[in-house]
Design a protein around this ligand. Structure first.
Ligand code: GA4
Length: 331
């Protein structure tokens, strides 16, 4: 018999009761980009400027690939705790529970965090989860390249692969993550409030593509500081601008602050692909985004420098601050 394991409820220790709800203005204005729309490139630029976030439809990734991996992921998370703990290769990759990163962040979550390029874990194992993940990652990786090419075209940057070459590089630093937010009915009964699943943060990479099951929980922070609930759509991807793309556009795009509030009664599964550049890549504004005489807002740094610094921060920290020209260098 398979026993559904859940992280033990230990509210004081994890002090996750900060979510008093009150998110969420209307979700109606979350931009939707139709990849088959001939004007998609200008819409995508507007969405990245105004929200750093958009919903992507007509993306041509078969829904079966998504549901297959969702099912496989749920099978994995239903394993006993000791079985799941075996999927814990050297930090920070592998299975994790309640701890996010290594600097004290906690969430009502368990997850698998994997290196996505290359897919060593995937190709060496015959496990059905890993083969579903390999198929999914291959499709989403291709799609992330198409999305950044659309952005590049929309920004009138040439060549078209000025950004996609970074995330398609054989040394591109890409991650793949499956997050499982178990339901927490006790919580709702006790306090009428929901738990923080994944605290507010921006993604450090260039771009992230998220797909979730039919559960609510994802919220994004609008430019005016208002949190907006993102209604689920199991057939769509939700795309985040990451910190590196903010720098490459010299702040024209802003990486989007987002978080997940766990639902008290329904489990949530999300699968996220993070497209990052090779470690040695210099991250700086693309020359064609700079107007004449415009200077970079950021000090020049490599992705390795940024990533190393980012992994020492807490989730909610403003990681780019240390790399802004007005700030003192931390190096
Ligand atoms: C956020 C985006 C990705 O999930 C991630 C996260 C990483 C981790 O889970 O180890 C970080 C977080 C993320 C940003 C700040 C640091 C590092 C946890 C954390 C507190 C895999 C990533 O690349 O950065």
């Amino acid at each position: 018999m398979v026993v559904l394991s859940q992280p033990a409820l230990d509210l004081e220790k994890y002090s996750l009761l900060r979510s008093t709800g009150k998110p969420a203005a209307s979700a109606a204005d979350i931009p939707e980009i139709d990849l088959s729309d001939p004007n998609a490139k200008s819409h995508v630029v507007k969405a990245c400027e105004e929200f750093g976030f958009f919903k992507l439809v007509n993306h041509r990734v078969p829904v079966e690939l998504m549901t297959k991996l969702e099912d496989e992921s749920l099978c994995f998370f239903k394993l006993s705790q000791s079985e799941k703990d075996k999927a814990r290769p050297p930090d920070p990759l592998g299975y994790g529970s309640k701890n996010i990163g290594s600097n004290g962040d906690k969430g009502w979550i368990e997850y698998l965090l994997l290196n996505a390029n290359p897919l060593p874990l995937f190709s060496q194992q015959s496990d059905s989860f890993l083969s579903a993940a390999a198929e999914y990652v291959t499709a989403v990786k291709k799609l992330s390249g198409e999305v950044v090419e659309l952005i590049t075209e929309g920004l009138k940057i040439e060549p078209k692969n000025a950004i996609s070459r970074l995330i398609n590089d054989e040394k591109a630093d890409c991650y793949f993550r499956v997050n499982h937010y178990p339901p927490c009915p006790e919580m709702q009964a006790v306090s009428g409030r929901n738990m923080i699943g994944f605290g507010e943060h921006t993604d450090p990479q260039i771009i992230s593509l998220l797909r979730s099951n039919n559960s609510t929980g994802l919220q994004i922070c609008r430019r005016d500081g208002v949190w907006v609930s993102v209604p689920p759509d199991t057939t769509a991807f939700f795309v985040n601008v990451g910190d590196a793309l903010q720098v490459m556009t010299n702040g024209r795009f802003k990486s989007v602050k987002h978080k997940v509030v766990a639902d008290s009664s329904k489990e949530r599964v999300s699968m996220i692909y993070f497209g990052g550049p090779p470690l040695s890549e210099k991250i700086r504004p693309l020359s064609q985004v700079l107007a004449e005489g415009e200077e970079s807002l950021y000090k020049e740094f490599t992705w390795w420098e940024y990533k190393t610094a980012a992994f020492k921060t807490r989730l909610a920290d403003y990681r780019l601050g240390a790399f802004e020209k007005s700030q003192k260098s931390t190096f």
